[in-house]
Structures are given as C-alpha cells and as structure tokens.
Design a protein. Structure first.
Length: 298
C-alpha cells in the first residue's frame, strides 16, 4: 500500500482548512492555524488528529487564534521510524514547547485537551504556568491510572505482539476507535475514512502503536516520573478557569477519572454527557461547542 498521505483525500466541506507545516528536529509537524485574538491551542489524542477539533476551530476562529497541531507520527505530520524520532511523552512536550515558541505563543493560552493531549498539555502548563489563561478538559488525564481501575483489555492486547500485528497490518486501533469512540451517534463512512486515512500503511501506523506502548503503568516505566511530577503540581492551576466536558460512556476515561479531575479542580465548570463516549466532541458537537464559546467569552 502506498504510504504517502494525500491531504486532498478529505472533503473540504469536512476539513476546510489550509495545511501548515513547521520543521521540528528534522521532521515536519502539520498544524491548522486560523483566526486572531488570544491563542487557543487544541491537543488531540490517539488515534485521532486535528480533524477531531474541526467544528471548534470554525466556531472559535472568529474571535481567537486557533492553533491545532498533529503530533509527530499522527495525522498529516511526518511519521519517522524509531531510529529518527523518540516516541515518548517527554519528546511530545518538547515538540509542543518548540512549536509554540517558534510561533511566538507565550501568554494568555487556553489549552483544549483530549486523551493524550491532556498529559502533553498539562506537562507544558506545569512548566509554563504563567502562560496559561484557561483549561478545557475532554475525557483525558494528567495523573496516573486510578486505583482499582484495571488497564483496559484492548490496550493490554495492543501491547502484545499479536495486538501490535493487528494494529500495524490492519489499522485495527484507528478503525475500532471510529466505532466504539462514539456512543450517542454513528460516524458516517466519510468521517470514518477521514479519521483513518492518515494511517494508510504499516509504516504510517507507528505513532498509534508507540502512544499505546508509552502509557506509563509502573514506576520503572520511562515516563512514570514525569506524570508524577505533573500530578503533584496540578495545584498550580487552582485559580485558573477550568471547563470539563465528559462523555460518561468512555471505556477508558470513565467516571473515576472525572471524579479525580474534580478533586484537583473543585472550582471547575463540569458538564456530564451521559450518553456520550470517548470521542465526546463527535457525540455532542453542538452542546460542547456552545459551552466552549461561552466559557472563553467570559
């Protein structure tokens, strides 16, 4: 299969944005940049990419400077091999820092974070608390796996040799997410294809796999201490406005993660969507879009 990514595969009605690229460590990072005003940085997770935020970009860009990068190995960004890139949380945070520094984004930042975007974004925020204006949290975490919360089966399976084969050979992780990630709605065929199209070959699925393998579960894992450090410094944002919108049918980030966020941020504005899943922005686009607009307008 041709591993080249064609950015024209996706309808302009679905993804009506100009593609921008910046080189980080010799690799091209793809990003969307729309609008003017205070910066709003949207960070996606795994196996999604900037398409996840397409509606929010269109809603917010009339009043805000929206920057939405695809992590290296994801979306339309380069997908280098392990010999050329370190697929670790530490490197992700470094990439984000370099990206924002190059763009001159240093203050009044609102972070909108989903899935892996949460820990990446909060690592950045912990290092630059003075730069953060507001936080929007969507089914994510910036702390360790909750006690009594068993590591989900499909993630454990993906970390086996058989699971790795299924992911790299058949794109099982990305395709599966387009089905189980939504609960209230069903993705159209066109939208499912858009979500999965950047991962069109064994080579181009490396980022998805490495994200799963990089989840720190025990103290000996390389990124465990970094997560601990962020967890221990969430108090830095006790006075920061926080909006939490949560899909309650998420199979990974369940109610225990939401309750933990509320422990850390008891002042947060919290909205629970009982019939929505992990891709909560897909399930509740209109409601969450308006909530974010109103939150940023305050």
């Amino acid at each position: 299969m041709n591993s080249r990514i064609n950015t024209r595969e996706i309808s302009s009605d679905l993804y009506p944005f100009k593609s921008n690229y910046i080189t980080l460590g010799g690799h091209k990072l793809h990003y969307i940049e729309e609008g003017d005003g205070d910066p709003v940085v949207m960070l996606h997770g795994n196996p999604s990419w900037s398409i996840y935020y397409r509606d929010l970009i269109q809603r917010l860009s009339s009043f805000h400077h929206c920057l939405v990068p695809d992590h290296i190995g994801m979306g339309y960004s380069d997908k280098p091999g392990d010999d050329k890139y370190s697929y670790t949380l530490s490197q992700r945070v470094k990439d984000l820092e370099e990206f924002l520094e190059t763009k001159g984004i240093t203050q009044n930042i609102t972070l909108i974070m989903h899935d892996w975007g949460g820990i990446i974004g909060m690592c950045f925020a912990r290092r630059h608390p003075e730069a953060i204006k507001k936080l929007v949290i969507l089914n994510t975490a910036a702390f360790h796996l909750q006690e009594r919360k068993r590591f989900p089966f499909f993630l454990r399976f993906t970390r086996t040799l058989t699971g790795e084969l299924f992911l790299r050979a058949f794109n099982s992780f990305s395709i599966g997410a387009t089905h189980i990630g939504v609960q209230r709605t069903t993705m159209s065929r066109e939208l499912r294809q858009a979500y999965t199209s950047p991962y069109n070959s064994w080579k181009n699925r490396i980022g998805i796999l490495r994200f799963v393998q990089d989840i720190p579960l025990k103290k000996t894992d390389p990124e465990f201490d970094l997560v601990t450090d962020v967890q221990n410094h969430l108090h830095l944002f006790h006075n920061t406005p926080v909006l939490i919108t949560w899909g309650m049918k998420d199979k990974v980030f369940d109610i225990r993660y939401l309750e933990k966020w509320i422990e850390y941020f008891p002042h947060a504005q919290v909205h629970r969507f009982e019939d929505c899943g992990h891709y909560v922005l897909e399930d509740a686009r209109q409601e969450i879009g308006q909530l974010v607009v109103d939150f940023l307008a305050k």
